[in-house]
Write a protein that binds this ligand. Structure first.
Ligand code: SF4
Length: 292
């Protein structure tokens, strides 16, 4: 298996075979992200990718592989024909695989036609992890996401139409102290427009070497507190309306945990927030998740 550099994957892909279809992230400008700063983006040669799939298929672990995650940062950026070759190789060599997923940006989705997305779905692409980060355009511009909430909503709707599930991620605290309300409310409204299969919140981690780290050091950006994080989630949950979406805030970065299905579990999750607010339930202090 020819892996290059550090590999990142969503928590739910912990047991998946990771196939590195691309190296790095084609976007690579988000001010908070250091994941692929050291990698120059490129698409790997198809024969190299297929050689990795063959190696896994003929290994002694082959029978345990039932999920495949296509890395790195946005494997969906690959031309559709090449993605189809990979999906067909997975199907042919690892027929027991039940789920193939990848990261993708809204632009990657919008660049593909409805027919292309449908073909990817029919050939085994089950889900795309889409990092929306926020539903607020001002925040998206400030963090150089280079996408609007309208584009994210359109991408989510397009995926849904094709049959490919969408798992959308937001980042708690991304608007800093000044944009708590707007970030929470607009992220809820974006969720409502996307109606994704999954929605989750990570908590902002500010890492040395990123532009956001410099903003924090200079005082241009101020981190929110745990209490403000609770308020942010209270606002999100009071505006979100996405029946059946599985909601998770249980990543290692989060200072408290929330999990449920929208909309039915909103009251239970609001109760958890009240308990965190009153101190009845443990929450890690934001200061404990120090600048790395
Ligand atoms: S957050 Fe996602 S799109 Fe932005 S640079 Fe990091 S991997 Fe790329």
């Amino acid at each position: 298996m020819q892996y290059e550099g550090t590999l990142y994957r969503p928590p739910s892909e912990a047991r998946s075979l990771i196939i590195q279809a691309t190296i790095g992230c084609a976007h690579n400008t988000c001010t908070f992200c250091n994941m692929y700063l050291g990698k120059k983006f490129r698409i790997r040669k198809t024969e190299e990718i297929i050689a990795d799939i063959e190696e896994a298929a003929f290994s002694r672990y082959a029978s345990y592989i039932d999920r495949v995650f296509l890395a790195d940062g946005d494997a969906l950026v690959m031309p559709t024909e090449r993605l189809l070759e990979i999906l067909r190789a997975v199907k042919g060599l690892l027929p027991q695989v039940k789920r193939v997923t990848s990261y993708g940006t809204a632009q990657d989705v919008l660049r593909k036609t409805d027919e292309e997305l449908k073909l990817l779905y029919e050939n085994g692409l089950d889900m795309v992890y889409l990092g929306a980060e926020s539903g607020d355009d001002e925040i998206l511009k400030a963090v150089k996401k280079d996408m609007t909430a309208d584009e994210m909503a359109e991408a989510g709707q397009k995926l849904k139409k094709s049959g490919i599930l969408c798992s959308v991620t937001f980042i708690s605290g991304l608007g800093g102290k000044e944009m708590i309300e707007a970030h929470a409310m607009k992220s809820a409204l974006l969720t409502n427009r996307m109606q994704p299969a999954y929605a989750s919140f990570l908590t902002l981690q500010i890492v040395e070497g990123t532009p956001m780290y410099e903003d924090l050091r200079s005082g241009r950006f101020q981190r929110i507190t745990t209490e403000e994080c609770v308020k942010e989630m209270q606002t999100y949950l009071s505006h979100v309306d996405s029946e059946g979406t599985v909601f998770r805030m249980n990543h290692a970065s989060n200072c408290f945990r929330l999990a449920g299905t929208l909309n039915v579990d909103i009251p239970a999750m609001q109760k958890v927030l009240s308990e965190v607010e009153s101190g009845e339930r443990y929450a890690r202090r934001m200061g404990e998740i120090e600048v790395l």
